[in-house]
Design a protein around this ligand. Structure first.
Ligand code: KIV
Ligand code: ZN
Length: 512
């Protein structure tokens, strides 16, 4: 019988740890619904003890998600575990994921604990978690750089205490595929009760090998759970990419001989949603979900593809959702059609008033743009979901003048604490002038660390989607804005980043 590979998605936890990728409750819930449509087995929804905001996100996800297991991370202490269990209360399927570092450098320098203390704390944590839920995952943080004998003892103890999944992270992305695969295999052979738990791999991408390492952990090591994120989102160089792992297992079923429950046709929608929500743009040549992933431009390839697709194609674009990217609505589309499309896209609006507001924005966009694509709708609701009545800043209007040989000038009207204020500035270009005009009132003093523009649906008629990353007092946030006018999109993105800066609460870092 073919084994099943458990897909554990941690976009909303490890992915969100990426600087600037923090998401609101509504955004996280929308992504969780898409992950459920994607049929991932486990959704790691956050780290409940890190902040009240994260606790509430996990609560909301636990309440709404029925088909996937919902999981919260927790450090190996009673308080964290209790917070995780409380946030997960009412979930159809709940998992607590508790972890403690086991490598010499982490134990000595970060935890300041002896190996004996770490072993004891791991036991107590798993025991405590098992009293709250039946499904407990234990991770030995920085496992790959841990001393193997000690790691075997910790894992054996965790399984004895009732851990149902054992995760062996390569926390710093140091592993090499063959070595990591052998490491997992050796652990499984040496831990006497290893058959009582599912073994899991969790690889970071610092050397660009997170997917290769995870696959080696599966093939050589016999792991049956992969922890991954959409688009490989994550701190530093990111985590193992879900879409790449899933499609590797699917496409090379002859080699892996494993089943995955994921509905691959939902991959592209998930990728777009995560990228539009976080402002982390997907590179065009990214496998599976990059704009060029299925584009055959070289003449010799096109000729081959026309004769027989399998000359150059190992996967079909439509299998991962590319053909579902259809033009759907326009100026004449009514509220019902719009509402239905929102549902199909997995966008949940909490009230009719919210639908009305989004529909008004859609009509406004349809007046300026004849074809409205799914991406346009997602951009519109992403923007909607980051604007709240409680936000400090809001976009009202913008006018700008630029002419060859003249210094561009812009006037931008924004709301600030509920009052309309207007600012004027010159700049190197119209975008620069507009953002400086906003700063004349906002006076945030933030440093811009990234600015990027992306044409949402590929043509000059498309909406421009702008990402702005701001840094202020050690905090980094991303703002995203979309509009057919890229100067307006830039102003919206800047305002969205300012709002995040002024509202973001400090969190406890999971691995800090
Ligand atoms: O990378 C890591 O070690 C982690 C653990 C908390 C599982 O994310
Ligand atoms: Zn991690």
């Amino acid at each position: 019988m073919t084994d099943k590979l458990v897909i554990f998605d941690t976009t909303l936890r490890d992915g969100e740890q990426s600087p600037g990728a923090s998401m609101t409750r509504d955004e996280k819930l929308r992504i969780a619904r898409q992950l459920e449509r994607l049929k991932v087995d486990v959704i790691e929804a956050g780290f409940a003890a890190s902040s009240n905001g994260d606790f509430e996100c996990i609560q909301a996800i636990a309440k709404h998600i029925k088909d996937s297991t919902v999981c919260s991370l927790s450090r190996a202490n009673d308080r964290d575990i209790s917070r995780a269990a409380d946030a997960l209360q009412g979930a159809s399927r709940a998992r607590i994921h508790t972890f403690i570092a086991t490598s010499p450098v982490h134990m000595e320098k970060k935890l300041r604990m002896t190996p004996a203390q770490v072993l004891e704390q791991a036991k107590l944590a798993v025991r405590f978690a098992r009293n709250r839920v039946a499904d407990v995952e234990f991770s030995a943080e920085d496992a790959y750089r841990s001393e193997e004998d000690f790691l075997c003892r910790v894992i054996e103890a965790a399984i004895n205490e009732g851990a149902t999944t054992i995760n062996v992270p390569d926390t710093v992305g140091y592993a090499i595929p063959e070595l990591y695969g052998n490491f997992i295999r050796s652990l499984r052979q040496r831990v006497p009760n290893s058959d009582k738990a599912i073994w899991s791999v969790h690889c970071h991408n610092d050397l660009g090998m997170a997917v290769a390492n995870s696959l080696a952990g599966v093939k050589i090591g016999g792991a049956r759970q992969v922890e991954c994120t959409i688009n490989g989102l994550g701190e530093r160089a990111g985590n193992c990419s879900l879409e790449e792992v899933v499609m590797a297992i699917r496409t090379r079923r002859d080699y892996f001989d494993l089943d995955v429950g994921v509905d691959a046709s939902q991959i592209l929608a998930a990728s777009r949603m995560v990228s539009q929500t976080t402002g982390f743009v997907v590179q065009p040549n990214k496998a599976i979900v990059g704009a060029n992933a299925f584009a055959h431009t070289a003449g010799i390839h096109q000729d081959g593809i026309m004769k027989a697709r399998d000359t150059y194609e190992i996967m079909r674009a439509e299998d991962v959702g590319w053909s579902a990217n259809k033009m759907i609505l326009g100026k004449l589309s009514g509220r019902n059609a719009f509402k239905q499309r929102l549902q199909e896209l997995g966008v949940q609006m909490d009230s009719e008033a919210e639908v009305n507001l989004a529909f008004a924005k859609f009509k406004d966009l349809a007046d300026r743009k004849s074809e409205i694509f799914d991406e346009d709708i997602l951009a519109l609701v992403s923007e909607e979901s980051v604007q709240h009545g409680s936000d400090r800043y809001g976009f009202v209007s913008l006018s700008q003048h630029s002419e060859t040989g003249e210094l561009p000038q812009a006037t931008v009207v924004i709301t600030m604490d509920g009052k309309e204020v207007s600012g004027q500035a010159n700049g190197n270009g119209p975008v620069d002038a507009s953002l400086k005009a906003i700063e004349t009132n906002a006076k945030s003093g933030s440093e811009m660390v990234l600015y990027s523009v992306n044409a949402i649906s590929g043509s000059t008629e498309s909406q421009g989607e702008v990402t702005v990353r701001l840094q202020n007092s050690g905090r980094i946030v991303n703002g995203v804005g979309a509009d057919p006018d890229i100067v307006v999109a830039s102003a919206k993105a800047y305002i969205s980043a300012l709002n995040k800066l002024s509202s973001q609460v400090d969190r406890v870092a999971a691995q800090g």
